[in-house]
Design a binder for this molecule. Structure first.
Ligand code: NAD
Length: 257
């Protein structure tokens, strides 16, 4: 049986690797992301595996756009069994200077979009008596760091939404789980390295060692492939029917402190 996965933020970073690994496993894909060459990225990602796909440049801050993407996706594929809420942005600032528009954007992309997508897909998942909702949260969905008020609040909220979806979906074959990664070297983190070099007056290797990997027990960046493997495991009907409402740390031991 061919299943379909809708993966947000799937034209960059972790989401792109998740999409590639789901395509390799035979899933049909709905790509979403704001990269200007998103259509080409999606086409090239699925090409080696020959699976059907659609790409949507929908801005996740727009609930009506989300509903349209889901409608079009369901029209094309008939069902969407797997929803991976992965899109994300970051903004770092002391709380007293935190711009309100950045707060609103982070909450919209990380948290409200996951709500709107789950809401739009729940009826068809219920009808099929099958669904897998996988929210890419963060170690920051479990613990805080200073200057990341919006990100930490949104990711903690996403962990709470995950638990509620697990409660509501359980009787209908729908599971919901959060994956909580530590630092993965993607464009989102690359962008923060020069900022941190400037703030701390450190070289790139120093910032990587003393800031980013400081709390990792395993002193490496986590690979996006490791996140994709966890997502594939959670999506699997046979492997993970009884894992629901969990926040699974894939954080190199960060939150074990
Ligand atoms: P990334 O910057 O490489 O990719 C983010 C994706 O989200 C892009 O495709 C982008 O277009 C999309 N996106 C951003 N705003 C959007 C919007 N308004 N509408 C639609 N799409 C939008 O980032 P990444 O590092 O791959 O992050 C993916 C997820 O993993 C995020 O939720 C992030 O919080 C989480 N995460 C990342 C790390 C890390 O260290 N990289 C650690 C923990 C959690």
């Amino acid at each position: 049986m061919t299943r379909t996965a809708l993966i947000t933020g799937s034209t960059s970073g972790i989401g792109l690797v998740i999409a590639r690994e789901f395509a390799r496993a035979g899933y049909q894909l709905i790509f979403n992301g704001l990269e200007p060459d998103g259509e080409r990225i999606a086409a090239e990602t699925v090409a080696p595996f020959g699976v059907r796909y659609r790409y949507f440049s929908t801005d996740l801050r727009n609930p009506a756009g989300i509903r349209k993407m889901v409608e079009d996706g369901l029209d094309t594929f008939g069902a969407v069994e797997v929803l991976i809420n992965n899109a994300g942005i970051q903004y770092v600032s002391p709380v007293e200077d935190f711009p309100e528009n950045k707060w609103n954007d982070l909450l919209s992309v990380h948290l409200s979009a996951a709500f709107h997508l789950s809401k739009a897909l729940f009826p068809s998942m219920k009808k099929k008596q099958y669904g897998r909702i996988i929210n890419i949260s963060s170690a920051h969905g479990l613990i805080a760091s200073p200057y990341k008020s919006a990100y930490v609040a949104a990711k903690h909220g996403l962990t709470g939404l995950t638990k509620t979806l697990a409660m509501e979906g359980g009787a209908f074959g729908i599971t919901a789980n959060a994956i909580c990664p530590g630092y993965v070297l993607t464009p989102l983190v690359e962008k923060q390295i020069p900022e941190q070099m400037q703030v701390h007056g450190m070289s790139r290797p120093e910032v990587i060692e003393k800031i980013f990997l400081k709390e990792h027990a395993v002193k490496e960046f986590i690979t996006p492939e490791a996140i994709a493997a966890t997502a594939l495991f959670l999506a699997d009907s046979a492997a993970a029917p009884y894992i629901s409402g969990a926040a699974i740390a894939v954080d190199a031991g960060w939150t074990a402190h």
